[in-house]
Design a protein around this ligand. Structure first.
Ligand SMILES: [Zn+2]
Length: 249
């Protein structure tokens, strides 16, 4: 898709926009395999024609001036392919989308993450919470894979046995059996374990099966976010805010 862009043109998903000085803005745009910064002049001015291109959770095609584009692309004009504006109607969903944009900006993107990001926005925009949370879970699982911190789910990570699996142990890096479960890690319900195994093993596929057979919600996303934060040693205040907001539901 991106390879079809002409010289001086780029398509992608708007992750975030920050205001720059009094009039301008900087857009973080996700392409399938990289994130680019776009300098958008004058978008804080009410009459700006380009302001509508600089809204998070939308897909845009932008024309930039190659002459002035080094570290940042210099926006000339563009078209809005779609905007998932309803993401911003729900504080919980909006917070989650912000966290995911932040994680992608920190850690980078690949085509699988791009695909789940786009689908997640569209599902949430259409008020499909279960479908949107599943895409978020896929995306976070893919991020784990990319970072080499995917939970080990084939057997007990300590001894290799496949029966009597009882919980996910963060410090061991995967599932643990009855014998290897530390006392402070509570045993998981069987269904929860099956759901984790299905998510990790699916590698982003079998969407209908995962959507129909399991319930995807904020606690699942928090589990994945906690796993990522723990293993990458990240502390994002927005994750704590998401926890608070989702507990209020
Ligand atoms: Zn074991």
């Amino acid at each position: 898709m991106n390879s079809l862009n002409k010289e001086g043109e780029v398509s992608g998903l708007v992750l975030s926009v920050i205001e720059y000085k009094d009039r301008d803005g900087i857009v973080k745009l996700a392409k399938e395999d990289e994130i680019v910064s776009v300098f958008a002049r004058g978008i804080q001015i009410p009459s700006s024609k380009n302001a509508r291109l600089c809204q998070p959770y939308s897909k845009v095609t932008l024309e930039y001036d190659p002459k002035y584009s080094r570290d940042m692309l210099y926006l000339i004009k563009g078209t809005l392919d779609y905007s998932s504006a309803h993401v911003q109607d729900d504080l919980e969903i909006q917070t989650l989308c912000q966290i995911i944009s932040q994680l992608i900006e920190y850690r980078g993107i690949n085509p699988a993450i791009y695909r789940h990001l786009e689908k997640m926005w569209l599902k949430f925009d259409g008020s499909d919470r279960n479908g949107g949370f599943l895409q978020a879970a896929y995306l976070l699982a893919e991020l784990c894979r990319k970072e080499g911190i995917e939970p080990y789910v084939k057997s007990c990570v300590e001894c290799g046995r496949t029966d009597q699996i009882e919980a996910l142990d963060f410090s061991a890096g995967g599932l643990v059996c009855k014998e290897h479960r530390p006392a402070q890690v509570k045993p998981w319900p069987k269904k929860r374990m099956q759901q984790l195994v299905a998510l990790i093993r699916s590698k982003g596929a079998h969407e209908d099966y995962l959507e129909d057979n399991f319930n995807w919600d904020a606690p699942w996303i928090l589990l994945m976010l906690d796993w990522i934060s723990w293993h990458l040693d990240l502390q994002l205040p927005s994750i704590e805010f998401f926890r608070t907001v989702s507990h209020m539901k």
